[in-house]
Design a protein around this ligand. Structure first.
Ligand code: PLP
Length: 373
């Protein structure tokens, strides 16, 4: 009674994840090179199951958004470096030390917090600088000002590296190069002032793949580890052999036949033009399927692409199965992933939904039932 199967589930393709990790490593061919797996937002929706697979492959540095997420990783048994990217609140400092998380510092308040607790900082910290993203990090000029210098100087031995983040590595190489040059120049300045070489980490997936000069000492790679392109154009990730890791599947719960001229779903946005066999499947926007894909989505049933008709609802979609032989209640519907040689990629859903692949993956993270395959 307690092992009822979920009507919708996520599959994590461990083989593809391992393959992606190996390919990204081979691109750098340097044992010293540090790939930081960006696994924030529950590993872009893939869950801790995917992080465990990466850890088994040998990935030993992970970046999360918050202390809470870092604690969750530790409680799941993840060892190695767990970097907290997006800031530390004073009330989180105890947990940060207790769970041996590594902070990224973006402000003098955070530096002060570390300074007050410097004896408990065995794992060190990273410094984040803002070279044109306008989000986290010190502006380069702030690094030359007294409030920074007086707090930073005593912490220098614990500094593990300097980071910045690109605003448009996916779309604007010129802007990205300008950010990169400012970053390198700022790092040189710091090296001159403090007389110590610094490790530099700036590339995300897009910069790592398209701007090799941005690879420096290591990269923070998220989406490419999951085999997905940072943009809707996936030609490069496909050429490299990176493969999507997340499949989203659901089941047919009802089947029926509708006459021509019959309207379907909320808003009655689709009208049948022939006798139409429809299957109802248990997935909707509650589970992360964007509602704006209504009348634009195709799913795979028995290895065949078929359209979803009308508005996507909270937990259900209506699929046209007129052209598919022998559909039965309980049949598996592939919303994202491969089935019988057909494939729906996250980039395709992102393009149709006018968003980026990151958002598609993160949204499906609401599906709690995950199976590692
Ligand atoms: N670094 C930072 C600071 C980020 O916020 C992110 C993701 O949003 C990444 C790296 C990884 O980006 P991507 O998934 O495009 O590789």
């Amino acid at each position: 009674m307690d092992n009822i199967e979920y009507p919708s589930w996520m599959e994590i393709n461990a083989q593809n994840l391992r393959n992606n990790y190996l390919i990204l490593n081979e691109l750098v061919q340097n044992k010293e090179y540090k790939i930081i797996g960006v696994v924030k937002s529950n590993a872009y929706g893939h869950g801790v199951e995917a992080i465990k697979v990466l850890a088994e492959c040998g990935l030993s540095s992970f970046a999360v958004g918050s202390v809470q997420e870092g604690v969750k990783l530790r409680k799941s048994g993840i060892k190695g470096e767990v970097i907290v990217l997006e800031g530390i609140m004073p009330e989180e400092i105890e947990a940060l030390f207790f769970y041996e998380l590594t902070p990224v510092v973006s402000s003098c308040e955070e530096l002060e917090l570390l300074r007050e607790n410097s004896e408990k900082l065995p794992l060190g910290f990273y410094l984040f600088i803002d070279t044109g993203m306008g989000r986290m990090g010190f502006l380069p000029l702030e690094l030359e000002a007294e409030p920074f210098k007086e707090r930073f100087f005593g912490l220098l031995p614990q500094l593990k590296g300097i980071m910045t983040h690109f605003a448009c590595a996916e779309t604007d190489p010129e802007y990205t190069r300008a950010q990169l040059h400012l970053f390198i120049e700022t790092c040189h300045k710091m090296e001159r002032i403090y007389g110590q070489p610094l490790k530099r980490y700036c590339a995300n997936s897009a910069a790592f793949l398209t701007l090799p000069e941005a690879r420096l000492d290591g990269a923070r790679i998220g989406i490419a580890l999951f085999g997905v392109s940072p943009t809707t154009d996936y030609s490069q990730v496909e050429e490299l052999g990176l493969k999507p890791v997340m499949n989203i599947r659901t089941r047919v719960t009802h089947l029926k036949e509708l006459p021509p001229g019959y309207r379907i779903s909320y808003g009655a946005t689709f009208t049948t033009w022939r006798t139409t066999k429809v299957a109802i499947a248990h997935i909707g926007y509650y589970w992360g399927l964007p509602r704006n894909l209504s009348n634009k989505l195709e799913v795979i049933l028995k290895g065949k692409r078929v359209p979803v008709l009308g508005t996507i609802t909270m937990e259900q979609v209506v699929i046209d199965v007129t052209e598919v032989e022998g559909v039965q209640k309980g049949d598996v519907v592939t919303v994202m992933g491969e089935d019988g040689g057909e494939m729906v990629r996250p980039e395709e859903l992102a393009e149709r939904s006018a968003t980026i692949p990151h958002e598609i993956l993160c949204n499906f993270g609401k599906i709690e039932c995950r199976k590692v395959i």
